[in-house]
Design a protein around this ligand. Structure first.
Ligand SMILES: Nc1ncnc2c1ncn2[C@@H]1O[C@H](COP(=O)(O)OP(=O)(O)O)[C@@H](O)[C@H]1O
Ligand SMILES: [Mg+2]
Length: 497
């Protein structure tokens, strides 16, 4: 093999008790898309941060085109031709696309920033790599997919020869992700080495040439993508094989509904109907899935069921026969899509987040005993396999998958029969996904009445006992979960069965 574009050699990094990287070797060649995969917490971001000069390794070093380099900051990394696209974009919303791309490296003519040549350079780069972005557009108003392109262009403008992308598709729709992969192919074809961090196997198989798998800070597998399989990758990621999906038992309970939704008709502030005459019931012991293309009324429906939104003049939402309480009904357990906004209190610890809403039950007349809080939190942490240095760390210190398990731990152990779950496995890896599914099925089997919304059809079909389809605010179909994906897709897009 010719000299790698970049190489990490024997890299170790410890954060307190956590050995995030443990003697990692990784090499990426020019023109190659190299996927780095692993469960949440495997050490991927740490490794990439070391390569970009954001963290210093405790031991080990970095080679660039065969030369050992010292990286004390991202500025060093950029100087050595390393570029990184961050998961949380670091763009200036008030500036234009072109300004964001050239910032800090502006073309100058007669002592002033040369705006025209900046625009031209950006337009040339966009065209060369098929990264469409209007140089004059203000970044603040752009969709995430475009903002991500701006970040990539910024790295390419600085002549990055190694491009690092940490979970770039987490913020993208599937169509945008496909577009990104095409762009990465084009960029790689010009000789740039690309490191693509992800935990989605389909992306690895679709978009990469080589794969390095990390588990608990170590390399557990190296593969050429063409010679490997999903099964082999999963095994390296989680150290065991996933159980073969058994033929699902479909549950069709016939008791009284725990959740009864009647004739919901909801208009938005412009008077446009968002839900029209929606009625259905969920009984204890079943998972009812809600399918629909984005914006078909799912948001309004779930907000109404959880009491966050009024059911309108004609509508009713009944929990065990009694109307839902407006504001936030404590009888509904709720796992919202927006983990960091609605589901957790970022300024509080893991322990406090695990107990939100349960304070009254645990309080004695002397208040809330710290020991009880800790003991209960530790018990939940263990039972739901939440990995965190301690229950006292801020919830924001947890990885996405662990934060999601914490929200599930809290909500599924509430004594609520009605459980509303949105996108339960968004942004989590296969191991967590499997566990989350098992937890939801167990809650169902213990008599939970679960309303599930997921934009992932395979998830809806795996988990649901039946699936309701929303289209333009109406329930247009109800299917058995074994429905062919094609039929489901037709109903979701208004092509009625
Ligand atoms: N700045 C930090 N301080 C303390 N612990 C950290 C820090 N960054 C990462 N960790 C820990 O190091 C481990 C690896 O994290 P990370 O590299 O983010 O994994 P990944 O990106 O694969 O999900 C995790 O246990 C994480 O909690
Ligand atoms: Mg990460």
């Amino acid at each position: 093999m010719s000299v790698p574009a970049a190489e990490l050699v024997g890299v170790s990094k410890r954060f307190g008790p956590v050995l995030a990287n443990d003697g990692i070797d990784l090499a990426v060649a020019r023109g190659e898309v190299h996927a780095v995969i692993g469960e949440n917490g495997a050490g991927k971001s740490t490794l990439m941060s070391i390569l970009y000069g954001l963290h210093r390794p405790d031991s080990g070093h970095v080679l660039r085109a065969g030369e050992r380099i010292r990286l004390r900051s991202p500025a060093d990394a950029i100087r050595h031709g390393l570029g990184m696209v961050h998961q949380r974009f670091r763009l200036f919303p008030g500036l234009t696309v072109a300004e964001n791309i050239v910032i800090g490296a502006e073309p100058v003519s007669r002592g002033r920033v040369d705006r025209e040549s900046a625009h031209r350079a950006v337009a040339d780069l966009s065209a060369k790599y098929g990264l469409r972005a209007d140089p004059a557009a203000q970044v603040g108003g752009l969709p995430v997919g475009v903002r991500q392109r701006v970040e990539i262009l910024r790295a390419l403008y600085r002549q990055a020869e190694v491009l690092i992308l940490d979970e770039p598709t987490a913020v993208l729709t599937p169509a945008e992700a496909d577009r990104l992969f095409e762009v990465l192919r084009t960029v790689a074809a010009t000789g740039v080495a690309i490191l693509l961090v992800t935990h989605k196997l389909t992306e690895v198989l679709a978009a990469s040439d080589q794969v390095t798998v990390l588990r608990q800070g170590r390399v557990t597998g190296r593969f050429a993508t063409a010679d490997t399989s999903a099964g082999e990758l999963i095994h390296a990621m989680i150290g065991r094989s996933l159980a073969a999906p058994e033929t699902r038992r479909r549950s069709r309970p016939d008791g009284e509904p725990a959740l009864d939704v009647r004739d919901l008709t909801v208009h938005d502030t412009d008077g446009v109907p968002r839900l029209s005459g929606v009625s259905f019931a969920v009984r204890p012991g079943e998972i009812v899935g809600i399918a629909g293309v984005a914006g078909s009324g799912q948001r309004e429906l779930l907000d109404t069921v959880t009491g966050l939104r009024s059911p309108g003049r004609t509508g009713q939402v009944l929990l065990d026969g009694a109307p839902v309480v407006q504001g936030r009904d404590p009888r509904v357990a709720y796992v919202p899509e927006d983990r960091h906004g609605r589901a957790t209190a970022p300024e509080m610890s893991l322990a406090e987040n695990l107990l939100m809403g349960e304070q009254h039950r645990l309080a004695t007349r002397f208040g809330l005993p710290r020991k009880t809080v800790r003991a209960r939190a530790e018990q939940l942490t263990e039972r739901f396999a939440i990995s965190a240095a301690s229950v006292d760390v801020p919830i924001t210190a947890l990885s996405g998958g662990n934060a999601q398990k914490a929200v599930l731990a809290r909500e599924l152990t509430r004594e609520s029969r009605v459980i509303v779950v949105e996108e339960p496995t968004q942004g989590v890896d296969v191991g967590v996904r499997e566990r989350v599914h098992a937890l939801l099925t167990a809650a169902r089997d213990q008599g939970g009445a679960i309303l599930l919304q997921s934009s992932e059809l395979s998830e809806l079909r795996e988990l649901s006992d039946r699936i309701l389809v929303l289209f333009e605010g109406r329930l247009v179909a109800e299917f058995d979960a074994d429905v062919a994906e094609e039929r489901l897709g037709q109903a979701m897009t208004g092509v009625l069965p």
